[in-house]
Design a protein around this ligand. Sequence first.
Ligand code: DC
Length: 227
Amino acid sequence: MTVQIITIDGPSGSGKGTLAAKLAAHYQFHLLDSGALYRLLGLSLHQQDLLDCLDSELEQCVKIATNLDIKFVTTESGTRIELDGEDVTQTIRTERVGEFASKVAVVPELRAALLERQRAFAQAPGLVADGRDMATSIFPEAQAKIYLTASAESRAERRVKQLQAMGLDVKINDILANIQARDKRDMERTVAPLKPAADAYIIDSSTLGIDEVFKLMTTFVDQQLAN
Ligand code: DC
């Protein structure tokens, strides 16, 4: 049986995570949050004091990436994410760990080490894969490729609301600067840069609500999966 794959790529804060989870529930497909893998690896390397010497300790870092002890546990209130048996669901969503992930993401050997782990999520009946290079590198065979973007300003506003809801005190200008820096790093890196696949359906969600974007996506995916 063919595993059907829907990829959603795009910059941080475009709403990918929420929409990928909604699509996975709608089609009853598995879900890959590939950003979480980069965040977990970034956190693990930071905990082992290796984040500032990725180049000189590359072999050890690759070994850690390959053997990363992580678990995605589905619970009634969402997914609990564990690293070495410890619940890091909240920790990995912080800006700080986002920065760790972004450092890891520019190292080709570390990206390669996470490749098989990501491909292993492709199981029947299907998968929704959320990330930056899902369509361009990891699942080029995907039946439906979506690129979800939004202006940096609207993404910063959404992120501030998310972080405030988590009880964190944040300033919009700091968040906007972070988003712009991360976009630059994601788009300009030489390995698997963030860009739409040639056959991706591009959606700009700057002025659209979740429900509107969801409708656009399901209309497109239904067409693609029927072909
Ligand atoms: O989507 P996110 O914010 O959780 O991603 C965290 C970082 O990981 C971000 O800087 C981009 C990087 N990333 C990547 O390079 N490739 C992916 N497939 C997913 C995330």
